[in-house]
Design a protein around this ligand. Structure first.
Ligand SMILES: [Zn+2]
Length: 270
C-alpha cells in the first residue's frame, strides 16, 4: 500500500511534467473508485493550468485557479507519466491529457483510490480533520507530549492516529519506536517529554530515509512501471518477528496492537 513516502515520491515524479501545463482532456474509463469520480470533473479540470502539486497526508492535490483535484492512491494505485498515447490496460481508469502531449495515467487494480474535486481544500471533509504534517516545523516532541496528556491508548496507536500526525503508517510507526527505544504498547500519556523529542526526531528521520530511497527510482518515473522503492532493505523490526535484533541479538517479539501486528525488541525498547 502506498504510504506517505511513496506518495511524496510520486509527487516529485509527476510535478516537473505537469506544473504550468494546461489540461486538455480528462478521460475516465471507470468512475467507481472508493468514492465515485464526480461526473463533472473532466469539465472542471479541462482548460485549467496546474499551478501547484501538493501533498497533504496521502492525498495529492493538483491545484488550479478554480479548484483542486484530490487524488488518493488507495491500496494499489499509481500514477504514470506518458509522453505518448499508449493503449489503456484493464486497470488504467483515468488519463489526464495535457496540452504538451503529456498524459498522467492513474492505474488502480483494487479501486480503493480516489479522484475528487474541491473548490476549497481547507474545508474539504477528507482534509479538514487531518493532523500536522511530520515535516512541518510545528511537529515536535513538545507537540506530541502536549497532545498525549490523558491519552491511555498505546503510543503506537497514538502516533498512527492521523488526527495527531499524518503519514505514520504501520511500518514507519514500528521503525520509529525502535529507533527511539520506546515499547509500542506503553500508554501515550506515560511517555516523557524527552522520549517524545526522541520519537519526533525518529519519525522524521525514518520518513526522510524512505523518501530518499523511493527517490532513487525517480529517474525512471516516465514510462516506467513506476514502483517507488519500499525501503524494505533498511527495516530493523517490521516483518522481522522471531529474528535476532540487529542491535542486541534478542529475538524480536510480535504483538498485536489495535488489530495491527507490531514487532519490537524487548531489550532495546523499554
Ligand atoms: Zn535489541
Amino acid at each position: 500500500m502506498p504510504e506517505l513516502p511513496e506518495v511524496e515520491t510520486t509527487l516529485r515524479g509527476i510535478e516537473p511534467y505537469i506544473i504550468g501545463n494546461t489540461v486538455q482532456a480528462v478521460v475516465i474509463r471507470h468512475y467507481g473508485l472508493r468514492w465515485p469520480i464526480p461526473h463533472d470533473l473532466p469539465e472542471k479540470l479541462q482548460g485549467q493550468v496546474i499551478q501547484q502539486v501538493k501533498r497533504r497526508a496521502k492525498y495529492l492535490l493538483l491545484e488550479t485557479q478554480t479548484g483542486s483535484a484530490i487524488l488518493h492512491l488507495g491500496m494499489s494505485g499509481r500514477l504514470q507519466v506518458l509522453n505518448q498515447a499508449r493503449s489503456a490496460q484493464k486497470h488504467d481508469h483515468v488519463d489526464i491529457q495535457f496540452a504538451n502531449q503529456i498524459i498522467l495515467r492513474f492505474t488502480d487494480p483494487r479501486r480503493f483510490g480516489a479522484l475528487l474535486w474541491t473548490e476549497n481544500t481547507a474545508t474539504h471533509p477528507l482534509l479538514q480533520q487531518l493532523g500536522v504534517e511530520p515535516f512541518d516545523p510545528t511537529f515536535s516532541g513538545k507537540y506530541l507530549w502536549l497532545r498525549a496528556q490523558n491519552k491511555k491508548i498505546s503510543i503506537k496507536s497514538f502516533i498512527m492516529d492521523n488526527k495527531i500526525v499524518v503519514g505514520v503508517g504501520n511500518i514507519y510507526a514500528a521503525e520509529s519506536l525502535f529507533l527511539a527505544g520506546i515499547t509500542p504498547m506503553v500508554p501515550a500519556q506515560s511517555i516523557s517529554l524527552d522520549q517524545f523529542q526522541q520519537l519526533a526526531k525518529s519519525i522524521k528521520l525514518i520518513l526522510r530515509q524512505a523518501i530518499k530511497q523511493g527517490g532513487t527510482t525517480l529517474k525512471d518515473f516516465m514510462n516506467s512501471e513506476g514502483k517507488p522503492g519500499y525501503f524494505s532493505q533498511s527495516l530493523k523490526v517490521y516483518g522481522r518477528a522471531g529474528l535476532p535484533c540487529f542491535q542486541c541479538g534478542t529475538l524480536l517479539t510480535l504483538v498485536r496492537i489495535g488489530q495491527r501486528s507490531t514487532v519490537f525488541c524487548q531489550r532495546c525498547q523499554s
